[in-house]
Design a protein around this ligand. Structure first.
Ligand code: ADP
Length: 295
C-alpha cells in the first residue's frame, strides 16, 4: 500500500489560523506581535522567502517590517541595524536572512541579536536552552515544524528509533536535541548520521522515524527504509527539468517514487516541511511577544 502523505500545507494553514487567534488575543492587551526581517543584498531566492514571511505576518494580523540593505553593507552598519531593532518596542522577533554577503560574519551578527527576540533560534543562548530543555527559549523553525507535524499527525516519538541524516546547526543538530528531550513530542532514541557515517543504509533501515536533511537529491532510496517507517524529507534540491517552464523542479533528499511504496507516511517536496517553517517562525514571534509583553 502506498504511504499516506503528511500534508504540510494544510497543517501549516491550521497553525497559522491558531496564530492569528493568539495575535488577536494579544491585541486585546494592546500588544501587536512584530517581526523584523533583515535582507542584505538582492539574492532572488532570499527575496522570495522574505516576501512570503512578511505576507504571512500580515495575514495573521501581526506587524512586519522588512529592512533591505545593500550588498555592500559593512559589519558595523549591519550591527547598528540589529541594535536598533533590539531596542525597538514594536519588534518582538528579529530575523537576519541567510546567507549573508561574504564581508559579513554570520556568527557575530547572530550573537548581536537579543536572545529574547531571536525567533530563528540560532543564538547560542537559545541553542543552549534547547539542549538543557528550558522552555522559554526559541527552537529553530525547521526542527520545531517537524516536531509539530509529527505531533499533529499522531506519530508517536516516545521510545521510537529516530534517525536523522545531516548534522547542520539549523536542522540536524537541533532536531536531535529536540527529539531526545524528556518531554511531550520527544523521548525518542536518536541517531545522527552525516558525511562520515560508515554504512548509512544500516542506520536508516532501523528508523521508525527517518528525518533527512543532507541537501543531496535522491540520497535515500527504498532499500534504506524499514517497511512502515515514517519519512520526513527536509531536502530542497533544484534539478534540471526541460519540461518545466522554469527549467528546473524541486525534489527532496528522498527518492519519493520508490520510498513512498515502502514507508507508511511520507512528506512530499514541495508541500511538506517547507510550509511548516514559516508557520513556526510566526509561532516563535507570538511567543516572543507574549514573553516580552508580559515582562
Ligand atoms: P541543511 O541546511 O539541510 O541542514 P547542510 O548542507 O547545512 O544542510 O548540511 C548537510 C548535512 O548533511 C551535513 O551535516 C552532512 O554531513 C550531511 N550529509 C551530506 N551528504 C551526506 C551523505 N552522503 N551521507 C550522510 N550525510 C550527508
Amino acid at each position: 500500500m502506498p504511504a499516506e502523505l503528511i500534508d504540510g500545507v494544510s497543517i501549516a494553514r491550521e497553525i497559522r489560523q491558531e496564530i492569528a487567534e493568539k495575535a488577536a488575543r494579544l491585541a486585546e492587551r494592546g500588544i501587536r506581535p512584530g517581526l523584523a526581517v533583515v535582507l542584505v543584498g538582492d539574492d532572488p531566492a532570499s527575496a522570495v522567502y522574505v516576501r512570503s514571511k512578511g505576507r504571512a505576518c500580515d495575514e495573521a494580523g501581526m506587524y512586519s517590517s522588512t529592512i533591505n540593505l545593500p550588498a555592500t553593507t559593512s559589519q558595523p552598519e549591519l550591527l547598528e541595524v540589529v541594535n536598533r531593532l533590539n531596542a525597538d518596542s514594536r519588534i518582538h522577533g528579529i530575523l537576519v536572512q541567510m546567507p549573508l554577503p561574504k564581508q559579513l560574519d554570520a556568527d557575530t551578527v547572530i550573537r548581536a541579536i537579543d536572545p529574547r527576540k531571536d525567533v530563528d533560534g540560532f543564538h547560542p543562548v537559545n541553542i543552549g536552552k534547547l539542549l538543557i530543555g528550558e522552555r522559554d527559549g526559541f527552537v529553530p523553525c525547521t526542527p520545531a515544524g517537524i516536531q509539530e507535524m509529527l505531533r499533529r499527525s499522531a506519530i508517536e516519538t516516545s521510545g521510537a528509533e529516530c534517525v536523522i541524516v545531516g548534522r547542520s546547526n539549523i536542522v540536524g543538530k537541533p532536531m536531535a536535541a529536540l527529539l531526545m528531550q524528556d518531554a511531550a513530542g520527544a523521548n525518542g532514541t536518536v541517531t545522527v548520521c552525516h558525511r562520515h557515517t560508515r554504512d548509512l543504509g544500516a542506520h536508516t533501515k532501523r528508523a521508525d522515524i527517518l528525518i533527512v536533511a543532507a541537501g543531496r537529491a535522491g540520497l535515500v532510496t527504498a532499500d534504506m527504509i524499514r517497511p512502515g517507517a515514517v519519512v520526513i524529507d527536509v531536502g530542497m534540491n533544484r534539478i534540471d527539468d526541460p519540461n518545466s517552464s522554469r527549467g528546473y523542479r524541486l525534489v527532496g533528499d528522498v527518492d519519493f517514487e520508490s520510498v513512498s511504496k515502502v514507508a507508511s507516511r511520507i512528506t512530499p517536496v514541495p508541500g511538506g516541511v517547507g510550509p511548516m517553517t514559516i508557520a513556526m517562525l510566526m509561532s516563535n514571534t507570538v511567543k516572543a511577544a507574549e514573553q516580552i509583553g508580559a515582562a
